[in-house]
Write a protein that binds this ligand. Structure first.
Ligand SMILES: [Zn+2]
Length: 83
């Protein structure tokens, strides 16, 4: 059952299909390891973490360093906002 907290937690992350990377909107960078990022940077409950992981399960995710993408182009992602 997805409550509002779950939805907002999931909404923190955006999967960029064109580069196959999950981006954290709050920290504004591509995540190498979503689960680890959740553990290290968010005080989510296990239930919330599982919900986020589940939402991104099965996606074809590559590590950001494997993506040949100039850093200045990151600004073009719609999900990233000016600080
Ligand atoms: Zn983050």
């Amino acid at each position: 059952m997805a409550g509002q907290a779950t939805e907002s937690a999931i909404d923190q992350f955006e999967y960029i299909l064109s580069v196959k990377v999950v981006v954290c909107k709050q920290h504004q960078y591509g995540l190498r390891d979503l689960k680890r990022h959740l553990l290290e940077h968010y005080g989510f409950s296990r239930e919330l973490r599982d919900a986020v992981m589940e939402r991104h399960a099965g996606l074809d995710i590559v590590r950001p360093e494997d993506v040949s993408l100039p850093t200045e182009r990151v600004e073009q992602f719609d999900c990233l906002q000016e600080p």
